[in-house]
Each structure stands twice: as structure tokens, then as C-alpha cells.
Design a protein around this ligand. Structure first.
Ligand SMILES: Cc1cc2nc3c(=O)[nH]c(=O)nc-3n(C[C@H](O)[C@H](O)[C@H](O)COP(=O)(O)O)c2cc1C
Length: 399
């Protein structure tokens, strides 16, 4: 996350979703951001000032004409200057109309007029209010001015209508803030990431697979997308929710993954192969469930799947190729052999036996080795943070 020490100004307006805004405040504070809150008069009908004061550990601003003790400058100018990003969540139809039309009749709308930071609007309202041509036009006006106006969820709303208009969840909003604040240093790059395991069917019920969770690959794909890359993620079956990437391709078997990778490899600038495709598949697929009466012993004959990394690396032109190695012994020697044998630019070695590392874990400990044989051990950290470190390294070494 890029939120540590960032100054985030949160505007809260009078919608029922205001009850979720303290959650946004709390998540931001936990990430180390400094949060200041402006509430409209209507917002204070839904949530108290005290709640935000406690969550943000800061004074809450509500009145344009009040003199705030610590601030020498008038509040709307001082707050606009202070902010690295100005987020309005929830944004009511009324406030959106004011923002679109340059009205500054309360502290929030006046601060909006004086803003010089990035701005994000998070609408929340009844479906009919959202679809009203006036609201639609106002939101489009703001988008045309380069302001980030987020979408809404389709759900049963507080007013009992079913439709669009439900505010995004605090976690989603914080992700969007993080993304907007990110330097777009991978803009214009086509990034191909593979993630997760593959599964190889034995019969309609049973299959062979491995422990890969997809977490590392998903984190790398999401990080690249946040930095402005055009990301294609090819994923085997995982239990993770679908990440926000330009293109998501779901595959089942190693053969499917090989086909998808071959198709997308040519247009990629950078390829990160974090998947753990199965090396072998059953030689024979039984179209009917195999009965247990078959006997006490049961043998499955396996055949080799294509070595995706090796086959694709052989077609390499200018692509930067980064591979992963999961090793349980002789990790560095094995990884070095893989780096040269598969024509890679960098290999990232997981020691799957280390504590808090490897498959399923939310954290990882890795060693990176590049083609110039530079080696670096990266200590235990969350996979999301490691993704950031890996992209920084790819950028420094190759771009
Ligand atoms: C119970 C209740 C819920 C409301 N929920 C919303 C809402 O979700 N979105 C919205 O745009 N307006 C909503 N309104 C209407 C706004 O509160 C009203 O337009 C107000 O003037 C907004 O003021 P503000 O933009 O200065 O905060 C609601 C009103 C009430 C009484």
C-alpha cells in the first residue's frame, strides 16, 4: 500500500451509506495515512462528528465560518492545500450536483472548488437518483474534468429498491485510493502473469493438483495494474476473488494454460510466470467415475505436460521473462539451472519449507537471481508488499 504518511481528506455527505464511512477512515488510519474529515450538515444526521474524530484522531471539520484552533488559514483553503487526495464517500446526488456546477455554499463544496489534489468521488444513492439524467450528466462532467468517479454495486438498497447505487465497500474504496495514488511507472506496458495451480482430471470426480493458492501471482498482477500496466492474468482454479486486471483468463489444466500463454505471449512486454502448472497429467481420462471395486491397488499412468516456461521462453523476442521456482532442497543451485536452462531474465525462488512462506501463506520469503547472477534475499513480508518490491526490482534491472 502506498498510503503510509499520505494526507487523505475524506468528505462525508448525507446518505445512508455514511454509516460505512468510519470504516474507510479506520482502514486508512491503520495503513498509516493521516485522515481529516469534512462532514456536511446532512451527514451529521446519519453519523456523529465524534465517531470520525475518534477514528481519524483528528479534528472534524463541518462549518465554513468556524475558526478551527490549529489552523491559521481559512479551513477550506488550508484543507485543500493539505490533501494528497480528496475522497468524497459517500457522495450524495446533491453534493455531486454542486461539485459539477461550481457551487461552494458549504465547507465541503467550497473545499472541492479550492482542491488541487487528486479527487475521487464515491457515489451512493437510490437507483432512480443515480439514473436521473441530471445526476448522470453531473457525473460525466466531473469525469471529463479528470476526476475519478467510481461505480456502484447492484443490490437491494436501503430504500428497498433493487438496482445500482449501493456504495462500494470500504475495502474496495481503500484499494481504489491506493491505486490512484500509485505512480504509473508501468504505463503502456503489456504484462502477462500466470497464477495458481492447474488441475488434471482423472475421471469426472477426481483430479490431480498441487497446493498453489495463486496469492503471489494475483498480488503481482494487481500491483502491475495499479501501476498503470495493461495486465492479462491467466489463472488456474483458485479460491481468490477475481482481481481488477485488464483481462482475466480462467484455465483448468496445464494444456489450457499452455494454450492461453502461447496466445498472449507475443504481445507481452513482461511475462511473470507465478503459476504452478502440473508437470504430469493422467495418460487416460475415464469418462465415467472409476468404481472402487476395481481392486485394492489402483495405478494411474501419467504423461508429461508441456514445459510452458521452457517452450514459451524459446520463442522469446524482447520480452522480459520472470519465472518462479518452488524448491524444497538445493534451492539456489536448482534455481540457477532453471534461470539459464529456460532463458529467463530473473528467477524468484521460494523455499517452500521455510516458515511463513510458499504455498497458501499470506507472507513469503524469497531470493531473486537475475541473468547477471545478482542475488538478493528478501525477508518475510506480505505477498502484496513483496509484489511491490519485485516490480521495483524488475523496473530497476530491466526498464
Ligand atoms: C434517510 C435518508 C437517506 C438518504 N440517503 C441518500 C443517499 O443515499 N444518497 C443521496 O444522494 N441522498 C440521500 N438522501 C438525501 C440527502 O440527505 C439530501 O439530498 C441532502 O440534501 C444531502 O445533503 P449533502 O449533499 O449536503 O450531504 C437521504 C435522505 C434521507 C432522509
Amino acid at each position: 500500500m502506498e498510503l503510509k504518511d499520505k494526507n487523505i481528506l475524506l468528505g462525508v455527505t448525507g446518505g445512508i451509506a455514511a454509516y460505512k464511512a468510519p470504516g474507510i477512515c479506520s482502514l486508512l488510519s491503520k495503513q498509516g495515512a493521516n485522515v481529516k474529515v469534512i462532514m456536511t450538515e446532512a451527514a451529521q444526521k446519519f453519523v456523529s462528528k465524534l465517531t470520525f474524530q475518534t477514528m481519524s484522531r483528528n479534528l472534524v471539520y463541518t462549518d465554513m465560518f468556524e475558526e478551527y484552533p490549529q489552523d491559521a488559514e481559512v479551513a477550506h483553503i488550508q484543507l485543500a492545500k493539505w490533501a494528497d487526495i480528496f475522497v468524497i464517500a459517500p457522495a450524495s446526488a446533491n453534493s455531486i450536483a454542486k461539485f459539477a456546477n461550481g457551487i461552494g455554499d458549504n465547507l465541503l463544496s467550497a473545499t472541492f472548488l479550492a482542491a488541487r489534489s487528486k479527487i475521487m468521488i464515491v457515489p451512493a444513492m437510490n437507483t432512480f437518483m443515480l439514473n436521473n439524467p441530471a445526476t448522470k450528466e453531473n457525473m460525466q462532467k466531473l469525469r471529463n474534468r479528470g476526476i475519478e468517479v467510481l461505480g456502484t454495486h447492484f443490490d437491494l438498497l436501503a430504500c428497498n429498491d433493487v438496482g445500482s447505487g449501493k456504495m462500494l465497500e470500504p475495502e474496495e474504496i481503500v484499494e481504489e485510493i491506493d491505486s490512484l495514488l500509485r505512480e504509473k511507472d508501468l504505463a503502456g506496458k503489456n504484462v502477462l502473469v500466470t497464477a495458481g495451480p492447474t488441475i488434471e482430471a482423472i475421471d469426472p470426480v477426481r483430479y490431480l493438483t498441487n497446493h498453489s493458492s495463486g496469492k503471489m501471482g494475483y498480488a503481482l498482477a494487481e500491483e502491475a495494474q495499479k501501476r498503470g500496466a495493461n495486465v492479462t492474468l491467466i489463472s488456474g482454479p483458485t479460491s481468490l476473488s477475481r482481481p481488477k486486471v485488464s483481462k482475466f483468463i480462467s484455465v483448468i489444466s496445464s494444456l489450457d494454460m499452455y494454450q492461453a500463454v502461447t496466445e498472449h505471449f507475443i504481445t507481452a512486454d513482461i511475462v511473470v510466470k507465478a503459476a504452478a502448472p502440473a508437470d504430469y497429467r493422467p495418460k487416460e481420462y475415464h469418462p465415467q467415475k472409476i468404481k472402487k471395486e476395481t481392486g485394492d491397488e489402483f495405478r494411474i499412468e501419467l504423461e508429461r505436460n508441456p514445459d510452458i516456461l521452457k517452450l514459451v521462453a524459446a520463442k522469446k523476442q524482447d520480452q522480459i521473462m520472470v519465472g518462479f521456482a518452488a524448491e524444497s532442497e538445493n534451492e539456489l543451485a536448482n534455481a540457477m539451472a532453471k534461470l539459464t536452462g529456460k532463458n529467463l531474465d530473473m528467477i524468484i525462488v521460494n523455499n517452500i519449507k521455510a516458515e511463513n512462506a510458499g504455498f497458501q501463506s499470506d507472507t513469503n520469503v524469497v531470493t531473486t537471481i537475475d541473468k547477471h547472477k545478482n542475488m538478493e534475499r528478501i525477508g518475510e513480508m506480505p505477498k502484496t508488499q513483496l509484489a511491490k518490491v519485485i516490480w521495483d526490482k524488475i523496473k530497476r534491472t530491466f526498464l
